[in-house]
Write a protein that binds this ligand. Structure first.
Ligand SMILES: Cc1cc2nc3c(=O)[nH]c(=O)nc-3n(C[C@H](O)[C@H](O)[C@H](O)COP(=O)(O)OP(=O)(O)OC[C@H]3O[C@@H](n4cnc5c(N)ncnc54)[C@H](O)[C@@H]3O)c2cc1C
Length: 325
């Protein structure tokens, strides 16, 4: 490890909508934020073509362009955006304490405040046809992409609460929803199961898995396999939604920050405060319910305001240098 150490006021880990929104607010408040982009600069939205529900884009916008614009907006106010991964953290328990974050197993950043915006990754089945058609009809977000399949026939994979909720959401928009449940029962709560069962246009296939997603450029169908009998069946669909869970990107904080059993960081109610003073969490890394770009941006804003107030309370030891006028 090199001996490079840098001390800053505000370190933002992650460059999705939460991280860049936090950066816009933090930079405008002269917190001189440094953003480390991580392995996916721009975050999850860079994997989607069409974002139709982020306010301010009446014609919609493609995800990568939107994220470049968010980065430019953050940089306009002096945010220092750097490529790099936070690989280890040492968080202080003291109010006013200095937190240490190692970047790429090399450089150490010492920060008075940290905003965690490391997001979450949707789990996929990881079969080749599914990977090939991601963005071409395969999606991990029914609320984001369901609209594009209005009046069409789609399928959804999963048997938990999220899958059941997304299936009922799709049933309101689509002509028919085929739900593939790997086991002979659903894991979803009884209430959610009841909701799914009460909708006429949802067909539930138990003991059923995806054998292959059919189509060259876009999804045209699905070959399903019954995992008890081995029997295969093809159906025509235009959209396939994967709802088998998300994994928050929070492993490096384990043992230091309070998390739920899945790894979502726990924040105080009506706040982005974690259990460590000066460490704030925003976006999908702490939100297992809404998981939208606009809600991530909202909590990113909250985190920057919380960081600013915290620094005002402790009295930052680092002089502010205006990077914009
Ligand atoms: C296919 C798809 C389509 C979607 N469509 C829409 C849509 O149309 N509308 C909508 O509102 N939402 C949509 N979403 C959901 C939306 O993308 C997320 O809710 C949102 O991106 C969450 O923002 P975030 O900033 O919390 O995290 P993310 O966007 O997940 O960004 C996380 C960031 O953290 C970085 N990171 C992770 N670990 C580290 C580390 N150790 N060190 C440094 N950096 C790190 C990553 O590189 C990344 O930059 C979609 C999601 C998917 C997967």
């Amino acid at each position: 490890m090199s001996e490079q150490i840098e001390r800053i006021k505000t370190l933002i880990i992650g460059s999705g909508p939460a991280g860049y929104t936090a950066a816009i607010y933090a930079a405008r408040a002269d917190l001189n934020p440094v953003v480390y982009t991580g392995m996916e600069p721009g975050g999850q939205l860079t994997t989607t073509t069409e974002v139709d529900n982020f306010p301010g884009y009446p014609e919609g916008i493609d995800g990568p362009t939107m994220m470049v614009q968010l980065q430019q907006q953050a940089e306009r106010f002096g945010t220092d955006v750097r490529v790099g991964m936070a690989t280890a953290v040492e968080l202080s328990d003291e109010v006013g304490g200095i937190h240490k974050v190692t970047i790429d197993n090399d450089k150490v950043i010492e920060a008075e405040t940290i905003i965690i915006s490391t997001g979450a990754s949707a789990k996929y089945l990881n079969i080749p046809s599914e990977q090939r058609l991601r963005g071409g009809g395969v999606s991990a977000c029914a609320v984001c992409d369901g609209f594009f399949y209005k009046g069409q026939e789609v399928a959804i994979v999963g048997g938990g609460d999220t899958a059941a909720e997304e299936a009922s959401y799709l049933a309101n928009i689509c002509k028919k929803v085929t739900m593939l449940v790997r086991k002979d029962h659903m894991r979803a709560s009884k209430a959610m199961q009841h909701r799914v069962n009460s909708l006429d246009n949802i067909e539930i296939r138990y003991n059923t898995e995806v054998d292959e997603v059919l189509g060259d450029q876009v999804v045209e169908g699905l070959r399903m396999v019954n995992n008890q009998t081995g029997e295969k069946e093809e159906i025509a669909i235009t959209g396939l939604f994967i709802a088998i869970g998300h994994k928050p990107n929070t492993d490096i904080f384990k043992g230091q920050l309070e998390m739920d059993d899945v790894g979502y960081i726990i924040t105080e109610p009506d706040s982005t405060k974690t259990n460590k003073p000066g460490v704030f969490a925003s976006g999908d890394a702490q939100d297992k319910i809404y998981r939208q770009a606009v809600t991530a941006a909202g909590t990113g804003c909250m985190a920057a305001l919380d960081a600013e107030r915290y620094l005002a309370t402790i009295g930052s030891a680092i002089e502010a240098t205006a990077r914009w006028d």
